[in-house]
Ligand binder design. Structure first.
Ligand code: 4AD
Ligand code: MG
Length: 487
């Protein structure tokens, strides 16, 4: 039904008639993206949000965007075709349906435009208070209006890229016989062993039941013991890998690390493949093939959006992506990387010493200055890596691998897993973890254990790499960071 405040009911009737006519032609809901592929003369109804409106010599030009592609459709309204009462409601931010025919466009940069015969206004947008007027806004400002920023060029492009990227990730694994497994979001084990987990409880946090010695009586909680939001689906992924051989998870993960940086989120999406019979070298090969595949896919399917990022956000996006899709990744061990970093003789903020973890400044230096492309660093000291990584012969390092890329630093972390029961048990104990909680994980090493490996790609980290956007808050629809869970 038309809205009560809708001004010209008569034109609504013709509009409905038109819709029915187009429905018969199987074209009732067509996107701007689709319309650009149709021949001149095709009658269409387009619906979307007005990006801008300009009047010149009695003709009104409207840029209509429906999110289906970067480019908006130009609507041309000749003098007198649409009643003034309606046309004046067509302002930036308003939502409309426009009926008309596609005609050749004299304007450069577009083959067709829509010559309008009917307009229906769904919702107006007050020009004085609609925050997304034509002028450029800062990304910081747009972050405060996440409910509207998706209608801007930058975020439209970012989330179309994110969509294509997601699709390519599933395609890559599906084409290679990987089984997609949905690992749980609520868990009782700490995969990374780093204690950065969010508690999940149904207890009254103001007055939790207590044991006689004053500690919280967890057996009375919903799950009968402390539970958390998962930091990684890896451990459950391993269960599946030891039955289905090649699997992957792709879901949200959560970290209560209080780091307010442009690269960390409290809620982020991770892709974690896990493969039985893969050693570290196979794992590295897969990670490289995977990254190249998804980069190539996005280059091939999101050209228009990437061109925007290349022009407006980061001048090197297209050239680096093209380069990466074709070249081989570098490879260096952690020990050699420390050597290189020391040789560089730079004044590091964080000291370079064998045994210290690599920080973003080191990761970026390795990939940007030394290799000038993505580089895989392997065999890190065991004391800075989680308990599940396979210990090397030297007993000082583990079969770990991180993929580092220019501009972003670490985008992938992975390893060959410790498949020896006795060594794993020892590592669990040394890490101060409760071995009883990991009984099933240890069991996998008792019953048909095999060498296996896997890795985790941070979806938002690869998004930063693809778009050139420098703050991770701008590549996830609704960022969760310390002190912020709006929207
Ligand atoms: O290196 P991480 O911690 O590895 C794991 O979680 C393993 N369980 C993965 C595996 O082997 N299956 O995290 C993997 C990736 C990082 O390389 C990074 O891209 C991303 O996840 N990541 C984050 N992204 C955004 N915000 C955070 N706080 C992140 N922490 C990790
Ligand atoms: Mg890591």
């Amino acid at each position: 039904m038309p809205r009560a405040d809708y001004i010209v009911p008569e034109s609504w009737l013709t509009f409905q008639t038109n819709l029915r006519y187009l429905a018969c032609m199987n074209q009732e809901v067509i996107t701007v993206k689709h319309a650009f592929t149709l021949p001149v003369g095709t009658p269409v109804v387009l619906r979307g949000w007005v990006r801008s409106r300009r009047d010149s010599k009695g003709i009104t030009f409207i840029e209509l965007n429906d999110g289906s592609r970067f480019k908006s459709m130009q609507l041309v309204v000749d003098n007198g075709v649409i009643a003034d009462e309606i046309l004046k409601q067509v302002t930036t931010g308003s939502s409309i349906a426009a009926t008309g025919a596609l005609v050749e466009s004299p304007a450069k940069g577009q083959a067709v435009e829509l010559k309008v015969s009917q307009i229906h206004v769904y919702g107006t947008a007050d020009a004085a208070s609609y925050p997304l007027q034509k002028k450029g806004h800062t990304l910081e400002f747009l972050r405060e209006i996440s409910h509207l920023r998706v209608r801007s060029n930058t975020f439209g492009a970012a989330f179309r890229v994110r969509n294509a990227l997601t699709h390519s990730i599933h395609s890559f694994f599906q084409e290679r016989d990987f089984i997609y497994v949905q690992t749980p979001i609520i868990t009782t084990s700490d995969c990374e062993g780093a204690g950065q987990m969010f508690n999940v409880t149904s207890l009254n946090v103001n007055q939790p039941p207590r044991t006689p010695d004053g500690t919280v009586d967890w057996p009375q909680d919903f799950f009968g013991r402390p539970a958390y939001l998962t930091v990684s689906g890896q451990l459950e992924g391993e269960i599946f890998a030891l039955a289905f051989s090649k699997v992957y998870t792709f879901g949200p993960t959560f970290r209560a690390e209080n780091s307010n940086t442009p690269r960390h989120l409290a809620e982020f999406w991770m892709i974690e493949p896990e493969m039985a019979f893969y050693e570290l070298e196979d794992n590295m090969r897969l990670a490289e093939e995977f990254l190249k595949y998804i980069i190539r896919y996005v280059l091939d399917h999101c050209r228009e959006d990437l061109e925007f990022f290349n022009e407006r956000i980061e001048k090197t996006v297209l050239s680096t992506l093209e380069h990466v899709a074709e070249s081989n990744f570098g490879h260096i061990t952690y020990t050699d990387a420390i050597g290189e970093l020391k040789k560089a003789g730079k004044a590091w903020e964080f000291p370079v010493e064998w045994g210290n973890d690599l920080q973003t400044e080191h990761e970026r230096f390795l990939s940007e200055e030394i290799f000038k492309k993505p580089v895989i660093v392997s065999d890190y000291p065991k004391d800075i890596k989680p308990f599940y990584m396979r210990v090397n012969e030297d007993d000082r390092t583990v079969r770990a691998m991180d993929v580092l890329v220019p501009r972003v630093g670490e985008i992938i972390g992975g390893s060959q897993r410790e498949d020896r029961h006795d060594v794993l048990l020892q590592r669990l104990r040394a890490s101060g973890l409760d071995e009883k909680a990991y009984w099933w994980y240890l069991d996998l090493r008792k019953f048909g254990s095999v060498p296996h490996s896997g890795f985790g790609l941070g979806l938002e980290r690869i998004m930063m790499y693809l778009t050139g956007l420098k703050n991770i808050r701008d590549v996830i629809p609704f960022p969760r960071t310390p002190g912020n869970a709006d929207f």
